[in-house]
Design a protein around this ligand. Structure first.
Ligand code: C5P
Length: 230
């Protein structure tokens, strides 16, 4: 069984390699999975990915790819060659794009699909011509992804139960929007605690600011693990 510490992915949402590696050094004893997203990757490129991988940690490259199928496939190849463990694509790119991505996987990379961003609401969907409710659009895109053989879904904690009921253990579920009971919600409105999310059936929980902006990030991780293990 995976131990709780290995189910936590810390989001390195910082602007520079220096700040990212300082965090990795502080957390590396406790945490073995880090997320590199658009901010850090755009600033520092593949060298920050290689630097984090060289510590022996796993990397989730959260680039949320959405482009023509051939371009996405070539980017999946590049990410696979880089040695990252997870990569995100937008499922709204459609089944041909998703299939191009899953067919291009090598090196055991896990392709995660993003359904509807948690920042989007019904009004956002109407703006882009989607008449469905958010929950229905999430399920529609998740089905499209599973049919095209993605490995997992990035979800809001409140979507875990429905996705698990629909797909069982066929997919990994990775959630964000997690706030430990002692943390400030910040801009998160619909969050769950790490424990609630794992109990609801998440495989991994992505956590950013409660750890990365904590004055003592190691202590934040220790408190989260105590809560999970307690
Ligand atoms: O809010 P926090 O700093 O914990 O977010 C960690 C990561 O999760 C960020 O990279 C953010 O983009 C992502 N996130 C998300 N959906 C949310 C909240 C955060 O995808 N509702």
């Amino acid at each position: 069984m995976t131990k709780n510490a290995d189910k936590i992915i810390v989001a390195l949402d910082v602007p520079t390699k220096k700040e990212a590696l300082a965090l990795v050094n502080q957390l590396r004893e406790q945490i073995s999975f880090l997320k590199i997203g658009l901010q850090l990757y755009t600033a520092e490129g593949p060298k920050i990915v290689r630097a984090v991988l060289s510590t022996g940690a796993k990397v989730w490259l959260d680039l949320k790819l959405h482009d023509i199928p051939n371009t996405v496939a070539r980017a999946v190849e590049s990410a696979s060659n880089l040695g990252v463990h997870m990569l995100t694509i937008h499922l709204s790119g459609g089944s041909e794009m998703i299939r191009a991505a899953t067919a291009a996987r090598t090196n055991n990379i896990t392709i995660l699909g993003v359904t509807v961003l948690t920042s989007a609401n019904e009004q956002t969907l109407r703006e882009i011509g989607v008449a469905d409710r958010v929950a229905d659009q999430v399920l529609r895109l998740a089905k499209l992804g599973v049919e095209a053989e993605i490995d997992g879904i990035v979800a809001s904690p409140h979507e875990i139960k429905r996705l698990r009921a629909e797909f069982g253990d066929k997919i990994k579920i990775v959630v964000q929007g997690i706030r430990p009971s002692w943390a400030e919600p910040g801009d998160q409105k619909r969050f769950m605690t790490p424990r609630q999310a794992l109990e609801a059936g998440a495989d991994y929980i992505g956590i950013g600011r409660p750890i990365t902006t904590h004055p003592r990030p190691r202590e934040a991780v220790t408190r989260i693990l105590d809560e999970l293990n307690g």
